[in-house]
Design a protein. Structure first.
Lengths: 219, 219
DNA sequence: AATATTTTTTAGAGTCATCTAAACTTTTTA
DNA sequence: TAAAAAGTTTAGATGACTCTAAAAAATATT
């Protein structure tokens, strides 16, 4: 059984390692956790002793299969709660993150499975991120950020990387929700802003925003 | 802002003092919190410094108005979550207590008010206990335990004192839910068991059980 | 009333998560 | 490649909450 803090560190390792595909450095983790490197080193030793991560001094950490499963259980809870908050309680998608950060630590398998059922076994959360199943398995689709798409490409918005409320409010304003179809028209060489079509309207989005919109390109 | 532990102690003080009507002794609190008297003394000092309780050495603690309001906010959350678990997720009333003990500590006024609205502003939880409003106000009805009612009395089950799962399962079995009408037929002098009518059937309940069934006597 | 018992408090220590400051390792730069 | 810079770890300390053991206060008993 993990403490609240251990759960938060493990989740951060999972995300920063891109689901386990690369090592995470102490300072990255320190920044993500809003703490000091020394504290991270201590926690790394604890998670390492529990075999949730592999640790080599001065080289960072890698998440183990065991760690990945546990991280995905937490992420499952987070995303189901976000779905509940938006679908049932009428929260907007920029309001849910903070509360879900708390709710994800409630310990009750029965609760989360009942919640899953109550929500109709959703596949994705309000941000378009996939919800892992009971066993911590994730069905992922290859997602490409908007800033990497060529003009002429048609795609569907899958999810949003950053959960910054200001970003989410902006996306709401322009109608950029997961599921929406867009088309890339052109890219400005000067500031790398992208012109897209959404809801039959043309508009420009900055490089900063376009990096955070992940899309599924139709084959 | 209270820590999780402080919240749990404050809630225990509220309950053990019968909503602030009497002082609570260190050992009572220690037993309720499943901890040692020394730990209780430490926490008493902390809550006292925050002016949530009044503390006099060797004489126990009394809850202040400020403390009562805060305790009722936690109780409001607990009872709303219990209602959610039973009404929406299909939990039985003997399963909800443990999970609600965790959920009651989620910090978000917006969440709890939205949940209240989603549930249709319920007045009582699944055990029949009244749910305090946003301001921590409680509309209470005078409740009398079954073991104190005279034969011939008609009354409505309001709530159940103990949330022991075995008790709740037994009450389910005999149909004794909050809202059910009963009539007291007789009391056995030997073991103080009570004969009652419920759902037009007669049955005996032991002194132990009858102490825990609280009723509203119709005037 | 003096003594015994119960209850409560204090003293001192352990764990968890955190910090600062100093030491150490790796990487970069000149 | 040697020195500087950047990144990481260790050492030692703090705060929150817990404990055991011993001291102190209140209550009960003889």
């Amino acid at each position: 059984m993990l403490s609240l803090t251990e759960e938060n560190y493990l989740k951060a390792v999972y995300h920063l390692s891109d689901a386990g595909s690369k090592a995470v450095l102490t300072n990255e983790l320190a920044e993500a956790m809003q703490t000091k490197a020394a504290s991270v080193t201590d926690m790394i030793k604890k998670l390492s002793a529990k075999e949730l991560i592999l640790y080599e001094r001065y080289y960072g950490v890698n998440i183990t299969a065991k760690g990945k499963t546990q991280a995905l259980q937490i992420i499952r809870k987070h995303r189901l709660w976000e779905t509940f908050l938006v679908e049932k309680l009428g929260f907007t998608w920029d309001e849910v993150h903070e509360v879900a950060e708390q709710l994800e630590h409630i310990q009750s398998t029965r609760l989360i499975d009942k919640l899953d059922e109550y929500l109709g076994f959703p596949k994705v959360d309000p941000h378009g991120d996939p919800i892992p199943d009971q066993h911590g398995k994730l069905k992922s689709q290859p997602q490409v950020p908007l800033d990497q798409l060529k003009p002429g490409t048609k795609a569907v918005i899958c999810s949003v990387k950053d959960s910054n409320p200001d970003l989410l409010k902006f996306l709401d304003k322009i109608g950029a929700k997961p599921g929406k179809k867009i088309e890339v028209i052109s890219r400005e060489p000067y500031d790398e802003s992208v012109e897209i079509t959404i809801d039959k309207k043309k508009l420009f989005v900055s490089k900063e925003v376009s990096k955070n919109i992940l899309l599924l390109v139709k084959v």
